[in-house]
Design a protein. Structure first.
Length: 148
């Protein structure tokens, strides 16, 4: 099971990178959540924001696998405890890669290494389109999409 997406964004990799890792960027694209981590290889991370457990809901958490500023971010992730009772047993890998192409950035997201029969696979497949579209729109216009 693998999800693979490629987007071309009319912005430099540094701008797209900031959207992926800064609190302002992640709040805008990940439904109000911020990415907490020291970003060292092997360090923990978590996306925390409004959700089932209030404003500090842990949506996903895990370990930083790769961190190359303006180039690559790879995470081993688990669903948050409020979403799955066996959250620690469920995982996938998310890898964002940024490549400059002229005055644009090619953003590639590969979400793979899913635990067999992972219950979040189908919903994740549809949510990535929304998140990636929001990254592109925010980088190019300074605004996000409103999905209602």
């Amino acid at each position: 099971m693998e999800l693979n997406y490629e987007f071309y964004i009319g912005a430099q990799p540094e701008k797209v990178w900031d959207i992926l890792i800064t609190p302002e960027g992640t709040k805008a694209i990940f439904f109000g959540s911020v990415l907490n981590s020291t970003f060292e290889i092997g360090a923990p991370f978590e996306y925390v924001g409004p959700g089932q457990d209030g404003d500090e809901t842990v949506h996903v958490y895990g370990t930083i696998l790769a961190y190359e500023p303006n180039r690559r971010l790879s995470l081993l992730e688990h669903p948050g405890p409020s979403y799955q009772s066996k959250h620690a047993e469920l995982q996938s890998r998310m890898t964002f890669t940024l490549d400059p192409v002229g005055d644009c950035t090619k953003l590639t997201l590969v979400n793979d290494n899913w635990t067999p029969n992972h219950p979040s696979f189908e919903s994740t497949r549809s949510h990535w389109w929304m998140i990636l579209s929001n990254i592109k729109t925010l980088a190019e216009t300074g605004r996000t999409l409103h999905f209602g």
